[in-house]
Design a protein around this ligand. Structure first.
Ligand code: FAD
Length: 642
């Protein structure tokens, strides 16, 4: 049975990425269970050197991307206390730098940018990252369909740039990014001109039968939900939520309502305050997955109201409580959700790298960076003032003496299973906050506890290259919320064309689909759900992911003629075990005073070491990563001449 279904789904078809991926998935399981250092006996696959030697162009490399095998093993051994037992002596390398940055995500690259602005272009900077590519979450992916290269992304878009701080705006301006140009580059009318809108896929496991209903937001809600496999009571409840605009907490001031909704999950809001049937909850349960990495059981109604929903399905029932706003893309935000490079915020990372090492990412404009072929051999070149060293996990950062009077910082990192030692006058840690206590065990217990408090949200961004999107066209949808499915959201790519890159604009052309999965366990606190979800991410094999993707697309789009065995040309999985920075959640976390917030206590400078990264701002957006980099560099500025 299973084999027949697998053949139907096309599991036996050769597609871009799977053949090598399965090999990696097998190795991953082996590595997760074994020691990294014992892996160098020769019995384990040499993934780290495979990564350095074979990956001339990491974005196009076959393999499970994001936190891929080879990137995390030393860090996990450090966490488990086994790393130093197996480590040999460290070799010294390079001369002394002015600044070492740990983490080549947007924050680490931005720290190098701000430091150079202060110290000048000749400042010697070394940037270390454990991945095989720079950008951190802002990771570029390239998929091939025939001769056409399709781009996809990790971090998606420049969100609400008009709210960016002066420092973040100036960084974008320094790089030549003019966000106004996206009004031309992003075709906001493409899908509506083809009469494609939003759908909801009701799956048989959750709702009793598989049914795709199209027209959400285009046809009246009562017509839309009349087609949904729900009871009459649930349909009525959902329709009234969207349409009646009732204040469900009459008699309370706005401030009091805000306070109540902060302590009420949206799931409880639906059933206890808006008095909906419990059957309504599964329709909304996973709507918050993409932005919060947990379902509506673990997100306060007030937070959902504040954050809104970039994809336009909304959180109905809150408007009349707190003011108009929820329910359509960008209502809560001043800008439309259009500031998207085809490779997402990877273009910002590539522009930063270009500004440090022009040969590494040739070209001059925000347009030509999209298709520029990066030369990874230039990233870590002795002639360059800025060097970016990939596949290098930092395992120790120490002052040479008392942090109050030390003149230098020593950084130890591992690469290809060897240890290296390098020195610098200053250091910015732009890696995860939770990693820092392992790197700097000399920090105070209070600071280490604060750094370890936030648990980054795990999530998967899957991208699927398809031959054409005629099935979407026939079904009248460009995006589908799938509240009970393996991936809870699927959409055609953003319609953006920049420079030489042409987005897909006709249903007969190849396309990249974007799909989101957040592993979590409803009923637990957000931090617990993230911890459990992370385990799922490390255990899942590519084969499982592929089968689920094929099965889900077949079930959602089959009536439009989609055939997974024929139509899927490639799959890439962006696995982010350490995804979004953690923001305190009013449902589970104490009401911290401003100066006692874990991110505020944790990010305090420690001698010549400052802490950047979006964790330090406790908000998972690019501008936070940039702002925190700016602050960290400022904190070190008084050391500049000493
Ligand atoms: C899937 C996804 C989609 C997102 N979409 C958006 C979006 O659309 N818009 C938006 O504004 N934000 C988005 N974000 C949020 C994103 O986190 C921030 O925008 C920003 O990219 C974070 O940058 P960072 O440098 O703070 O962290 P990271 O990107 O995590 O970079 C930190 C880097 O440090 C490395 N590192 C950690 N420990 C070590 C060590 N010991 N040694 C060496 N290196 C180390 C990490 O592996 C990583 O590469 C998204 C995040 C994810 C996961």
């Amino acid at each position: 049975m299973k084999e027949a279904r697998d053949r139907e789904l096309g599991m036996d078809r050769r597609i871009t990425r799977r053949d090598f991926l399965n090999g990696v998935a097998v190795s991953l399981g082996g590595l997760a269970a074994s020691a990294y250092w014992t892996g160098c006996t020769g019995s384990q696959p040499d993934l780290a050197s495979a990564a350095t030697d074979a990956q001339k162009n990491p974005p196009a490399t076959a393999g499970l991307r994001g936190d891929a095998a080879g990137s995390f093993e030393p860090a996990h051994e450090l966490r488990d206390g086994t790393f130093w037992k197996n480590a040999g002596g460290a070799a010294s390398t390079d001369s002394t730098y002015d600044l070492i940055v740990v983490g080549a995500g947007i924050s680490g690259l931005a720290a190098a940018h701000f430091f150079r602005k202060q110290a000048g272009p000749n400042a010697r900077i070394l940037i270390l990252d454990n991945h095989d590519d720079f950008g951190g979450h802002a990771q570029r992916k390239e998929l091939q369909v025939g001769k056409r290269t399709l781009l996809s992304y990790g971090a998606q878009s420049i969100e609400s740039p008009s709210l960016y701080s002066p420092e973040s705006k100036s960084l974008l301006a320094d790089l030549g990014v003019d966000v106004q140009k996206f009004y031309r580059y992003y075709d906001q009318k493409l899908y509506s001109s083809l009469k494609l809108g939003s759908g909801i896929f009701f799956d048989r496991e959750t709702f009793g039968e598989d049914r795709l209903v199209a027209g959400f937001g285009d046809i009246p809600h009562h017509e839309f939900f009349a087609k949904a496999p729900l009871s009459d009571k649930a349909r009525r409840d959902i329709v009234r939520l969207y349409t009646e605009k009732v204040d469900y907490l009459p008699g309370l001031t706005r401030e009091r309502k805000q306070a109540v909704l902060e302590k009420t999950s949206y799931a409880d809001f639906l059933t206890k305050i808006a008095k909906c049937a419990p059957e309504v909850v599964p329709v909304f349960q996973t709507r918050s997955h993409d932005l919060f990495c947990v379902g509506i059981d673990a997100v306060s109604a007030a937070a959902l109201y504040e954050e809104g929903d970039d994809y336009g399905y909304g959180y109905p029932g809150l408007d009349a409580m707190l003011g108009s706003g929820s329910g359509s893309r960008g209502n809560h935000k001043p800008d439309p959700y259009i500031f998207h490079f085809p490779d997402g915020n990877a273009s910002v990372a590539r522009l930063l790298v270009r500004s440090f090492i022009p040969d590494a990412v040739p070209g001059h404009t925000m347009e030509d960076v999209v298709t520029a072929q990066a030369d990874y051999s230039r990233l870590d070149h002795p002639d360059s003032a800025v060097r970016i060293r990939l596949n290098s996990t930092v395992v120790g950062v120490h002052h040479d003496g008392d942090p109050a009077s030390a003149r230098e910082v020593e950084v130890i990192y591992t690469r290809n299973r060897q240890l290296f030692r390098v020195r610098s006058r200053l250091c910015v840690l732009a890696c995860y906050n939770s990693m820092v206590p392992y790197l700097c065990p000399e920090m105070s217990g209070k600071q280490k506890e604060a750094l370890a408090y936030g648990v980054r949200g795990p999530l998967i961004y899957s991208h699927v290259a398809i031959r054409n999107w005629t099935s979407f066209h026939k079904l009248g949808v460009f995006q589908i919320a799938a509240p009970g499915s393996y991936h809870v959201y699927a959409a055609l790519d953003f319609p953006v064309s920049i420079g030489d890159y042409q987005g897909s604009s006709h249903p007969e052309e190849p396309m990249v689909l974007f799909m989101v999965r957040t592993p979590c366990q409803p009923g637990l606190s957000q931090r617990e759900q993230h911890r459990i979800g992370r385990v799922e991410l490390y255990d899942v094999t590519f084969e499982t992911m592929e089968r689920n993707i094929r099965d889900q697309l077949a079930r959602m789009l089959g009536s439009g003629g989609f055939d997974p065995a024929q139509d899927i040309e490639g799959i890439t999985i962006g696995r982010w075990a350490h995804g979004y920075a953690y923001s305190p959640n009013p449902l589970f976390d104490p009401d911290f005073a401003d100066d006692e917030l874990p991110n505020v206590v944790g990010r305090k400078p420690f001698g010549r070491i400052a802490i950047a990264n979006s964790d330090a701002g406790a908000i998972a957006y690019m501008d936070t990563a940039i702002n925190e980099a700016y602050r960290a560099v400022q904190e070190l500025s008084h050391y500049r001449d000493s």
